[in-house]
Design a protein around this ligand. Structure first.
Ligand code: ZN
Length: 204
């Protein structure tokens, strides 16, 4: 498995391409379609996974799904974020209303997309629609876990108590590395320290 990164149009959000053989998955959709087409050249895009609905991560998902002819996988709660001009946090008030290409993930489960096995964990707190994914021991945490940090819990549909429960869920999982929605990647050991710090912070 090979992972490459593009930087999104807004707030330097990371967009990841996970490649295996001749196929790939795209995690989040902040980068322009034009750049994505170049980045996945020679690979078949099996699907797009959204970590959550905030516009810096979701803005180009429909363009990708139409162009590559694939589905968008996300928490079933993402509808509430994408259709709400406040909760989506788009600078220009844009919303996403077309759900014809979405496949909603209910609860925690492992799904198969092409040859990829994707462990899906519902992790609200930063937003109601946050989902963390683990593929072959690599976690894609969106804005839940950062390298030395966690996502904001002061936004619309944020909840500190839910974030605390999500951190408790994530620290029990098996993974080797974490690729976050913003910033640098981190290791399992980095995250065990990080989660311990923020569990204390959120419990105050
Ligand atoms: Zn976010």
């Amino acid at each position: 498995m090979e992972i490459s990164t593009l930087i999104g149009q807004f707030l330097d959000a990371n967009v990841y391409i996970v490649k295996k053989g001749k196929n790939c998955l795209i995690i989040d959709s902040g980068a322009f379609l034009y750049d994505m087409i170049k980045a996945v050249k020679g690979y078949k895009v099996d699907g797009i996974l959204l970590t959550h609905g905030h516009f810096d991560h979701s803005c180009h998902c429909i363009d990708y799904a139409r162009f590559f002819g694939c589905k968008i996988y996300a928490s079933e709660k993402i509808k509430d974020t994408l259709t709400d001009p406040v909760a989506i946090y788009s600078e220009h008030g844009d919303t996403i209303e077309d759900f014809s290409r979405f496949e909603f993930i209910e609860e925690d489960k492992t799904i198969k997309i092409g040859d990829f096995e994707v462990e899906c964990y519902y992790c609200p707190g930063h937003s109601k629609c946050c989902e963390c994914y683990i593929i072959d021991g690599v976690m894609f945490s969106g804005d839940v876990l950062f390298n030395k940090g966690i996502g904001r819990t002061d936004l619309k549909n944020s909840d500190k108590k839910e974030m605390l429960e999500s951190l408790k869920k994530l620290e029990k999982l098996n993974f080797a590395e974490v690729y976050s929605g913003h910033g640098e990647k981190s290791t399992y050991d980095d995250q065990m320290k990080n989660i311990a710090v923020f569990k204390r912070f959120l419990a105050r």
